[in-house]
Design a protein around this ligand. Structure first.
Ligand SMILES: *[C@@H]1O[C@H](CO)[C@@H](O)[C@H](O)[C@H]1NC(C)=O
Length: 137
């Protein structure tokens, strides 16, 4: 009986250990450590505050006085500590008339565009070289 109870307690403690290890709510960027291919290291949870999950930089109009007449304001892990390691990021794009974002790639990534004001011609080329293009309003 004692052996059964001991085995039960060992299994029970393993289940608790694994279930706690598998729950990771966030990995707020630790800007004091270098950035690596997998993002920033995680800030100590004791040092995380609610401000790490709030980013207000997208409320400001980007500077479109440049050759492409467009501005990209990122809210990536480098600007927005709370998205570090989550596989998501946000950006604000501002365009002048005839502004353009040059052809570029996001290998293995997905993108959603929300047009808040005006009209935008947007699209992408698939891996099979098929073009998907649409005017968004
Ligand atoms: C916008 O960018 C241009 C070109 O770099 C610069 O001359 C101008 O001062 C910038 N304007 C603002 C408001 O930052």
């Amino acid at each position: 009986m004692k052996i059964v109870l001991t085995i039960f307690l060992i299994i029970f403690s393993l289940v608790i250990t694994f279930s706690q290890a598998s729950v990771v709510d966030f990995c707020v960027a630790d800007y004091t450590a270098p950035n690596g291919p997998a993002g920033y290291s995680c800030k100590s949870p004791a040092k995380v505050t609610v401000d790490d999950f709030v980013y207000s930089g997208l409320g400001k109009v980007g500077n479109t006085s440049n050759i492409i007449k467009a501005a990209v304001t990122p809210a990536f892990d480098a600007q927005f500590a709370g998205v570090n390691g989550l596989g998501i990021s946000v950006a604000r794009l501002d365009f002048e008339p005839d502004g353009v974002v040059p052809l570029h790639t996001h290998p293995g990534a997905s993108e959603v565009i929300v047009v808040v004001q005006g009209t935008l011609c947007a699209g992408f080329v698939s891996s099979e070289n098929k073009v998907y293009i649409k005017t968004l309003r």
